[in-house]
Design a protein around this ligand. Sequence first.
Ligand SMILES: NC(=O)c1ccc[n+]([C@@H]2O[C@H](COP(=O)([O-])OP(=O)(O)OC[C@H]3O[C@@H](n4cnc5c(N)ncnc54)[C@H](OP(=O)(O)O)[C@@H]3O)[C@@H](O)[C@H]2O)c1
Length: 321
Amino acid sequence: MDYTTLGKTGLKVSVAGLGCGGNSRLGLGTGRSEDEAIAIIRGAVDLGVNILDTAANYKTEDVVGKAIKPMDRESIVIATKSSFRKGGEFFTPEQVVASLENSLRELDTDYIDVFQLHAVPPKGYDHALNVLAPVLEREKEKGKIRHIGLTETSPNDHGHEMLQRAVHDPVWEVMMLGFNMMHQKARQKIFPHAIENNVGTLLMFVVRNIFSRDGYLADKMRELVAEGKVPAELAEGENPLDFLIHDGGATSLTDAAYRFVRHQPGVSVVLFGTGSQDHLRTNIQSIISPPLPEADVEKLHTLFGHLEGVGLDLPDRHGKS
Ligand SMILES: NC(=O)c1ccc[n+]([C@@H]2O[C@H](COP(=O)([O-])OP(=O)(O)OC[C@H]3O[C@@H](n4cnc5c(N)ncnc54)[C@H](OP(=O)(O)O)[C@@H]3O)[C@@H](O)[C@H]2O)c1
C-alpha cells in the first residue's frame, strides 16, 4: 500500500480508501451477509487500507464498528457523515449533533476522525458554513470529532459549484468530490485550490456504473456522439475505451479508471466500493499501480476534458450514496 497525508488533518492515510456506501454497501446492498461485509473490511485492512468511509444513511456504521473492534482504534481512520437535509429542510445544529452521537454509538467508538456533512447542495452552502460548521467546531473541541469535512452532491452539482466556495474556507479540512475519466473538470476547478489550501480530498464516482456495468459505457458514448460532444468513432464497437488496454497500459477498464484518478495532483484518497473479495484485491492493486502511460492520459484529457457530469448516477434503489 502507498500512504499520503490527508491535507491539513496531518493524518497518514492509505491512497486506497474503502467506501462503505454506494450500490455495494460492502456487499449488503447486493445480498451478501454481515459476516461477508465484515470480511471485506478486514480484508481491506489486511491489504493496508486504513481509511474507511461510511455515513449515517448507508446503514453500515455498525458493521464497520464490529469489524474494527479487535483492532487498534488509532490505526484506523474513520470518516462518516451526517445527512444535510431531510425533504426540503436543512438539518438543524441539534439534528447534526444527534447524528454524530448516533454515529459514535453505531461505530462503538469515542471519536470520529473525519466528520462530514453529506451531499451539501450549492444553495445549502451558506447554512453549512454559517450555521453547522460552528457546531462541528464545538464538537471538535470536546474531542468527539478530530477533523471536519463535507461532500458534494455530484449528480446535482456537475460544475462543483459548492466545493469551489468551500475549498477557500479554512474550516473544511477534507472534501469529497466526484472525479473520473469522463468527468474531469475538478482538474481546473478544485485540485489546484485544494493543493494551495492544503485540503485533503476523497474521490467518489471513479467507477460507479459507467465503468463497471456491461454495455453502459457504449450506450453513453453513442449518446455523447449524437450530441456532438465526442468524436464519432467512439460510437463504434462495444468497448470504446479499449485503446487504454495494451501492454504497458491498463489491464481492464476499471484498472484504467482507478489509475487515471490516482495520479492526478491534488488527489489524496481514491475511494472504492465493493462487496467482492476479488474486486477488493484487484482495485487495490490498480490504485497502487504506476500511472497510465502519458500518451493515454493525454488522450483522455483531450477526448473528455470538456465533459461535465458523466457517470454520476444516483444510487440504485437499495444503494446509499
Ligand atoms: N455524496 C457522497 O457523499 C457520496 C456519493 C457516492 C459515493 N460516496 C462514497 O464513495 C464510495 C465509492 O463510491 P462507489 O460505491 O460508487 O464506488 P466505485 O468504486 O466508483 O464503484 C463501485 C461499483 O463498481 C463495482 N466494482 C468495483 N470494483 C469492480 C471491479 N474491479 N470490476 C467490476 N466492477 C467493480 C462495484 O460492485 P461490486 O460490489 O460487484 O464490486 C460497485 O457497483 C462509496 O462507498 C461512498 O463511501 C459518497
